[in-house]
Ligand binder design. Sequence first.
Ligand SMILES: [Zn+2]
Ligand SMILES: [Zn+2]
Length: 388
Amino acid sequence: MTQDPYEILGVSRDADADEIKKAYRKLARQLHPDVNPDPETQERFKDVSRAYEVLSDPGKRAAYDRGGDAFSQGFGAGQGFSFTDIMDAFFGGGAPGAGQSRGPRSRARRGQDALIRLDVELAEAAFGVTRDLKVDTALRCEACEGEGTAPGTKPVACETCHGQGEVAVVQRSFLGEIRTLRPCAACRGYGSVIPDPCRECSGDGRVRSRRTLTVKIPAGVDHGTRVQLTGQGEVGPGGGPAGDLYVEIHVEPHPTFTRHGSDLHTTVSLPMTAAALGTKLTLPLLEADLPASADSDSETVTTYDLEVRPGTQSGSEQVIRGFGVPSLRGGRGDLVVSISVDTPTRLDPRQEELLRELAAIRGEESPDGQNQAPHKSMFGRLRDAFQG
Ligand SMILES: [Zn+2]
Ligand SMILES: [Zn+2]
């Protein structure tokens, strides 16, 4: 059974909130215990609900993307959801008629979370980088200090609900009269109205603006990682607290290195003679992409002296421990170097003569084609070992 919430909901890792909600909604319809009460379906429904719980919450999703355990925190196993929870998830809470007296609601609400994308190079993702980001966002209106009222004025109590923010509605039903409280339409539940809204923000308490933010991207982030910046999202209406800003990392492909988790892979080509005789190579590391740092107290190593043993085969791999990508959890992956042996082309007469002579000495003038087991790289063998 997979523990990956993306897999459980059947969405891709870069699915947006809408796709996630749609996927959940579809599954919840099929699997809801009210529809399909058999135990196996209920288990799946719980898994689906838990996956949605993680992916619909940008904070939990970011924690999971960073490599956290999706279901470890704040969510007991097998809790299940009521149908009202599901309605709340789709319609933003407050199913009609659920009316309990709550009194006037505050104008101040938490601002929305925001998501922006940041393109970085492989070395920047691996070793961390500090960037200035321009963000379009909602900031607190300074003219009214977020209150939404014109200078020198105040909100006044709503006449319709007498400041209660809600009005009683009486309905007749076969159970008799049902009295429910509904948010007051005149003041939209606030209990007060702003007679003279602030001119700068039209009473919203915030204005749109572009600002520059210096963001520190930690070493070890990967493509699709979301870095959470608490309180850097949009300011809420009515002077409410700001939401969070999520910076989604997009890593540009590198010309020579590819990343597999915290390992780096690269291919080095060698002349046939060097592969046969053995040699020493100076291999540029990913660190070579880093800008030369001004503080010279920590010298960055940018090359690695790789020993190539005599008789090295094309397709063989050498693993250089600890020269991969630093992990967000500490430690560092490995650098896997694949050797590609170049067979010489366009031989001049002298070279051809020498090679023919070598072939004659080695008895290789007329080799017979022999079937062989497919060549397996070390990683292929490891993979096979793990898959049993
Ligand atoms: Zn204002
Ligand atoms: Zn009212």
